[in-house]
Design a binder for this molecule. Sequence first.
Ligand code: NFS
Ligand code: SF4
Length: 623
Amino acid sequence: KLTVFEKSIDPATQSMLEKAENEGIETVWDRYEKQLPQCSFGQLGICCRNCNMGPCRIDPFGEGADKGICGATADIIVARNLLRMIAAGAAAHSDHARDAVLTFKKMSEGEAGSYGIKGEAKLFSLASEYGILAEGKSREEVAGELANALLTEFGKQNGPLLCTRRAPGSRRRLWAELGIEPRGIDREIVECMHRTHMGVDNDATHILLHGLRTGLSDGWGGSMIATDVQDILFGTPEPKKSTVNLGVLSPDKVNVIVHGHEPILSEMIVETAEDPELLGLAKEKGAAGINVAGICCTGNETLMRHGTPIAGTFLQQELAVITGAVEAMVVDVQCIMPSLGSLTGCYHTKFISTSPKADFPGTLRMEFHEEKAYETAKEIVKTAVENFPNRNLEKVNIPEEKQECMVGFSAEAILKALGGSPAPLIEAIAGGAVKGIGAVVGCNNVKIQHNYGHVNLVKELIRNNVLVVTTGCNAIACAEAGLLVPEAAVLAGNGLKGICEALDIPPVLHMGSCVDISRILVLASAIANSLGVDISDLPAAGAAPEWMSEKAVSIGAYVVSSGVFTVLGTVPPVLGSQAVTSLLTKGLDGVIGASFAVEPDPFKAADMMLERIEGKRKALGLK
Ligand code: NFS
Ligand code: SF4
């Protein structure tokens, strides 16, 4: 049995795990232990349930079956399973994007009550990118036309997706030559499901190429559209300060947690928390106010735009409830553990599900629709406020740990901090003060000590003068470890430290939620374009040290297809196929100019990234 210290490196997490143990409360780590040893067929990716002659599995030792009933080999089964993971991940990001665009469209028609246009500059720049003439039209008319153009990207039959035009020309030509230019967002995902149906695509390489294309339809399609539209609706993030970790929960205010991924809901919750009527009610109920805090990427969205504090990463969602101080856990979609249902039952916490798409055991359903967004958000927060007197003070224990952070580094904000163009950063890279750029992203995974992979990998990179850009739960982990403040520059190598001090920025830049990895693509393209090279020529490398979700697999597919070498900290279920493993870790390099590596040890992973960065520097003639 793991000790709390082996489960997490974070003191707040450790103390809540102790509380859970004392109270006999089960957490994700307990359930993980009950699953051990995990099924090795599943780990290797060699079981198939794609038709009802199965399930089939391949004997990894070569003694039993070497084919499924239909004749599918380990290579075929592994590749098909991986493609389905990519499809699910791309679907999650892109369906989130679709909802954002539909809200945007309703807003343009005046039917999304409380939503408006907070990012006017982005509206017009995007409209012109999509060939929409703004002259003589109202903002709403332009928004309406843009919404229709964006919706077309989902259902289009022929590509390429328009956002791909942001990529360097050499990259786009490569995609076209390989036949992996994404056509329509929905089309690529549907085709994954078709190809993996029994008896369709049965060549591992051929299957994986479609995986790259589907990934691209996410990164340069769904995710990018989600980021763009959310920026128009809610504003493009700018640098600001905030706080993170379980200690942001308030001992005397009503704590409302927003957890999941879509800012559509959480934006309204943040707004209603300032409603005088609700504040009055809170006072009446004996609370000092209303405190909204985020978890996962919904938290990142409100953090980036409003500086709303974040209570934790993916693995801390249960622990927030275990503090005993959460009046409402409000969720939308993705990365929400169904365990929250029975867990909230052990405390006074109301578990409120809001998405028409997602329900969980033990929730109070308060379905959220744009037309009545403010009203519903108010109803939700009111439920939380009314729940405050039910707080059982004997069960309340909020960890002290909360950490300051500086966030809000959209691509626009980074360019602004650099004085308007990537030139100063390029000079710093060329001169060697900054060795390169590390993009570190992704989830927590119980298979890795919570935050150990994230924090150590990032520290190692900045120590070696690699500027780190981060999103998702990695960003939260870095914030908790105190890496998102300008003062963290003391942990950086001298070159990077100088740059951070000159610009007054942290050595690790929080670029947003996981769909905002599209911001990293835009930034990388801006740098590549201004150097006249491809993204794969840049001294850059990516990592997902603790990834767990299918979304991360889709992200991996598009980051590598965009030309960035990527190290995975947890092993994807592909090792059952020599062919697939070697294609992903070696073969892809010759095809797309980047590949994957798998390395759970963050120090070794950092070395691999540094080596790649050094290699790219050399190729560019830099010392
Ligand atoms: Ni990304 Fe964000 Fe976190 Fe992983 Fe989940 S919250 S969308 S999937 S767990 S980083
Ligand atoms: Fe077995 Fe083939 Fe059916 Fe998969 S598709 S379950 S390998 S028979």
